[in-house]
Design a protein around this ligand. Structure first.
Ligand code: MTE
Ligand code: MO
Length: 384
């Protein structure tokens, strides 16, 4: 069993697939803390977790005029300044289950919690590329930076992905070769000893157990870059789909969801008020500037309170424009509407480009069930 050395996981996680291991936390855990504890952070593995010896670990950087640069974990920690960011990671398939309800899609049936927020520390990819010989004239022929994981399938093929070169080398891109998550060594499930953190970019490009970096003219040739993680029209089916016709997902669209109350929960009339909580995040470093909440299915709206830090503590300093990598948690307490026996609670977020979520799923439905970001709706009953 290639999965026999996989690490132990917290029992509270909701398992979508055991081998490879894919799981998300109960949604209410997400809004309990601004920084998701690593044990609860969603886990998305395509393959067995590789066991990497930190003492003999090597990272190879290829494709630059200077030749191959090989770094040990110690090199990464001592030769480059340590940089820390708070960044949210979201799987392209987050909320896929809502698409499944419209029409069957292919993929893991994620709920709303294939998203989590952590602090990440490591060397800047930019600094490592500069040390490997990157110079601005490289951008005349190179367009992408590819990443290869140390996890392999039975044929020896590794997990791989790529990001645009400009994201990788930009001073504002904040791409990290991270060796710490939430102030500790990165746990095995999240890429020990080194993973790429490409903030603002879909989870799939944040390659774990990083073995190789390749600067190149071409995107990664991996299955996950070429024939997966792409969006299509609701009218495209498996007979007509041409994966070459669509770009690989990189930045993700505006997103928000209600973490509590849960769908089908019952609320006591004697409570008089109702507290609704959730998360909101947008890709590409765009900052969430507002979350609207409705208790009547979208007829009337109220503005929720946004939070970017732990409850009762000072918020994190606000990020420079275009570098809002972390989510905002939001909350609203409102009087229970007097006559209603049932409420349809809805949330929708707005980012600083005024991008908003679509109101329903059918117009954004796609055969792989990715980019599922319609208004999130939760129905609750009121008990008199
Ligand atoms: N990197 C490697 N090497 N192997 C993988 O299977 N999965 C990707 C990405 N990086 C993956 C990987 C996907 S699809 C996602 S959503 C994120 O890792 C999930 O990261 P997490 O498990 O730390 O939450
Ligand atoms: Mo993913």
């Amino acid at each position: 069993d290639p999965y026999s050395s996989d690490p132990e996981r917290h029992p509270v996680l909701r398992i979508n697939s055991l081998k490879p291991f894919n799981a998300e936390p109960p949604p209410e855990i997400l809004s309990d803390s601004y920084i998701t504890p690593s044990a609860f952070f969603f886990k998305r593995n395509h393959l067995p977790v590789p066991q990497v010896d930190p003492a003999s670990y090597q990272l190879h950087v290829e494709g630059l005029p200077g030749g191959v640069l090989t770094l040990s974990l110690e090199d990464l920690k001592t030769r480059f300044p340590k940089h820390t960011i708070t960044a949210t990671l979201q799987c392209a398939g987050n909320r896929r289950s809502e698409m499944n309800k419209v029409k069957l899609v292919k993929g893991l049936n994620w709920g709303i919690a294939a998203i989590s927020n952590a602090t990440w520390s490591g060397a800047r990819l930019r600094d490592v590329l500069l040390a490997a010989g990157y110079k601005p004239d490289v951008a005349q022929w190179a367009r992408h930076v590819q990443f290869e994981g140390l996890d392999t399938d039975v044929t020896g093929t590794t997990y791989g992905a790529s990001v645009p070169l400009n994201k990788a080398v930009s001073e504002e891109g904040d791409v990290l070769l991270a060796y710490e998550m939430n102030g500790e060594d990165i746990p095995p499930d999240h890429g020990f000893p080194v993973r790429v953190v490409v903030p603002g970019t879909v989870g799939a490009r944040n390659v774990k157990w990083l073995g190789k970096i390749i600067v190149s003219a071409e995107e990664s040739s991996s299955h996950w870059q070429q024939n997966d993680y792409k969006g299509f029209s609701p009218g495209t089916d498996w007979d007509t789909v041409d994966f070459k016709s669509a770009p690989a997902i990189q930045e993700l669209p505006i997103q928000s969801a209600i973490t509590t109350p849960a769908d089908s929960a019952t609320i006591d009339r004697s409570d008089e008020t109702l507290t609704v909580k959730g998360y909101a995040w947008s890709g590409g470093g765009r900052e969430v500037v507002r979350v609207d909440v409705s208790l009547d299915g979208g007829k009337t709206w109220q503005v929720a309170q946004l939070r970017s830090g732990e409850k009762g503590q000072a918020p994190e300093p606000s990020p420079p424009p275009g570098r809002a990598w972390a989510w905002k948690l939001w909350e609203i307490t409102a009087p229970l509407p007097p006559d209603a026996q049932e409420l349809e609670i809805v949330c929708k977020a707005v980012d600083n480009s005024y991008n908003m979520q679509p109101d329903t799923v059918p117009p954004i439905w796609n055969l792989r069930g990715v980019l599922s970001n319609a208004w999130h709706r939760v129905k609750v009953k009121i008990r008199e």
